[in-house]
Write a protein that binds this ligand. Structure first.
Ligand code: SAM
Ligand code: SF4
Length: 463
């Protein structure tokens, strides 16, 4: 249970309000919870109090209604597409001591590695060879070795790499908080999304988990998305690392964070990651997670965040088992990483955590097709002017699927022709033909034309 504590300087994460709201919600009746679920189907989002009611109600009827509503909201807003990306860890050198991460400075058993530009290019070639078009660059915090200059060079190395005619079309970055000026440099590097996890929104826990290094300052971190957006980087990803504190508190705080960004900038977070603390050696909090989460909890987290912040991408990582991942795609997740072990220069002893889902891209694509999703390699939003404000306007109106679904089909077709084995191609073409028929008439014809263009050799096309 969450310990109650008055915190004076909470900024926009008001711990007291969260705890009060969760406490009051305990008296709400099942009928009230079901009404909230019904209302959420119009994808207007949830208030903090409404979210608290759904978080505290453990009735199976309410849970099933939440799952069903999350599925329909995800379909209505984004369609059936799930976007793939590949994470690329460029450095595990770190000046911090996060108790849950094996990159921590005090882990003397870890072989430290900072990839050179040439090594980054080689990694990128391997990732391109798998069919990916998006990379998430992940880097430990080491101001001396991997500051903004290193990140700029790493991003440029990825963008300039070619494998045949293919190149990475969108590089997102997960790195430590930067200053205003550094965020402007990141923007100039033409990145996709800037991602940062607050790890835990609970100040006391945050303090305990980050005993030393630059990361120990909660405010510097929580204000990073504000600084990034002020610098013009309006595709920003947020989210906690579930398992460090009570997950219901973290879900409430995530909504509070999203509401803060939305009210200040008119644009909420582009994405929310739902990562669960994974087992790691030489990381005390990961060896003994302070708060364990069940798979059922993870399903509720995905579904409730989908209802609470319907316009945001929800991202899932490979740290989960295939069965759970497949279920989460039905409950609101809209992006996922996929990789089959591309790490040539990233040797096992430098790995951060065990990856539980080692199915390769082709296997994952086939599985998704079987389950009614469209695997997407689309990067159309950043190729056109459909970024940030415009994307979010469409998403908030529930109209983004009108471009996401056709562009997913077109990008999937490109993948099937260029990278898939015959069985995956056959399965994928079947999905494309079926889904094409379900598109609205006007967009269907345009999509058919573009699919034919891809068939005849054209690349990087979108509606
Ligand atoms: N150093 C940067 C930072 O901390 O923001 C970015 C790199 S760090 C490896 C990226 C993320 O990995 C962290 O934000 C954290 O959420 C996640 N992470 C660290 N240890 C983890 C663990 N044991 N299980 C799951 N995720 C973990
Ligand atoms: Fe370093 Fe990030 Fe790992 Fe913390 S989570 S030890 S900052 S890499």
């Amino acid at each position: 249970m969450v310990s109650r504590r008055i915190v004076k300087d909470t900024g926009f994460i008001d711990e007291e309000e969260i705890l009060d709201s969760l406490e009051q919600a305990k008296t709400a009746h099942k009928e009230h919870a079901l009404d909230i679920v019904e209302k959420s189907k119009s994808f207007a989002g949830l208030s903090l109090d409404e979210l608290a009611v759904l978080l505290t109600n453990n009735d199976s009827e309410v849970r099933d209604a939440v799952f069903e509503a999350a599925n329909s909201v995800k379909e209505r807003v984004f369609g059936s597409r799930i976007v793939f990306f590949a994470p690329l860890y460029v450095s595990n050198a770190c000046a911090n001591n996060c108790l849950y991460c094996s990159f921590r400075k005090d882990n003397k058993d870890l072989v430290r590695k900072v990839l050179t530009e040439e090594e980054i290019e080689n990694e990128t070639k391997t990732i391109l060879g798998q069919g990916h078009k998006r990379i998430l660059l992940v880097v430990g915090e080491n101001p001396r070795l991997t500051g903004i200059e290193y990140i700029e060079k790493a991003v440029a190395a990825i963008y300039r790499t070619r494998s045949g005619k293919s190149s990475i079309r969108r590089v997102s970055v997960n790195c430590a908080p930067l200053s205003d000026d550094e965020f402007r440099r990141l923007k100039a590097a033409k990145i996709g999304t800037y991602q940062i996890s607050q790890e835990t929104y609970h100040r006391e826990t945050y303090k305990r988990m980050h005993p030393s290094g630059p990361k120990r300052f909660y405010n510097w971190r929580i204000e990073a998305p504000d600084r990034a957006m002020d610098a013009g980087l309006d595709n920003v990803g947020i989210g906690p690392l579930f398992g460090l504190f009570d997950w219901k508190f973290e879900v409430m705080a995530t909504l509070m964070h999203a509401q803060h960004l939305d009210s200040k900038f008119g644009i909420g977070p582009h994405s929310i990651s739902i990562s669960r603390l994974a087992l790691e050696s030489n990381a005390p909090a990961a060896e003994n997670p302070p708060f364990t989460l069940t798979c059922e909890d993870m399903k509720r987290i995905a579904a409730l965040l989908r209802l609470a912040v319907p316009y945001t991408e929800i991202i899932l990582s490979t740290r989960e088992q295939p069965e759970l991942r497949n279920r989460l795609y039905e409950l609101g997740v809209s992006q996922t990483n996929a990789s089959g072990g591309y790490a040539e220069a990233y040797h096992p002893e430098t790995e951060q955590f065990s990856i539980n889902d080692m199915r390769n891209l082709a296997e994952m694509s086939r599985q998704m097709c079987h389950e009614g999703h469209i695997p997407s390699f689309c990067t159309a939003c950043c190729r056109t002017r459909r970024t940030s404000g415009r994307f979010m306007k469409l998403a908030k109106r529930g109209d983004i699927h009108k471009v996401c679904e056709p562009d997913a089909l077109i990008s999937f077709k490109e993948y099937l022709i260029d990278y898939a084995d015959p069985a995956t191609r056959a399965e994928g073409e079947k999905t494309i033909a079926e889904r094409l028929e379900k598109l609205e008439p006007a967009i269907k014809e345009r999509t058919r034309t573009l699919l034919a263009e891809v068939e005849s050799g054209k690349r990087d096309v979108y509606v």
